[in-house]
Design a binder for this molecule. Sequence first.
Ligand code: MN
Length: 234
Amino acid sequence: MSTKPEFVVPVPDVVSLPVAGTDARFPVRRIYCVGRNYLAHIRELGNDEKQPPLFFTKPRDAIVQDGATIPYAIATQDYHFELELAVALQSGGYNIVPEAAQSHIYGYAVALDMTRRDLQRQLTAKSAPWDVAKGFDHSCPCGPVFPASVVGHPDAGSIRLEVNGEARQDADLAQMIWDVPHIIAYLSQVFELAAGDLILTGTPAGVGPIKSGDTLVGSIAGLGTLTTHIGAAI
Ligand code: MN
């Protein structure tokens, strides 16, 4: 008896990211994102700094490789960048305490949480889910994963985005309200985390719209750069 299943439609590709400095790849299982996690951004919106973190997700096939050109997103007139530190897990579980969180981290990367801001505003006004605003095609460009065994666990340092060479976001990881261990602790209270999970940790102030022809270059101290070109609309 054959143990190899027969699939009735083509099997989706494994989604993965390069591991910096090697030929190996990091396979992506789930993409979690944190909303409202930088003081300047919260304060300008007048929100409570001590609210528990806000989580949403993106499908793993929203991943876009470094250097790629993505189309200007469909169904929006207000397509925004959000530059974020991404955390890549090597293991997981439920109810991880902050003190144990770093042991589950494989590494870190530079990522973009691309957002259809006009749709997000409409959905938020209706208290509706954000999937259409956040979880669309090409919405998660991500750079190579840098192993924590090489770069350590960055909790401070520059996070900066340039659009066509002009600085648009320029902040420091130390400005996060919920640091990475506490994000992992919170998230593991509502999901079972696992190897392959990516967690985007929120964006600093300065988010804004982009247009076809723009080039976005994000950088985080010690984690290299992420370059994304915005092509024509589909
Ligand atoms: Mn974000």
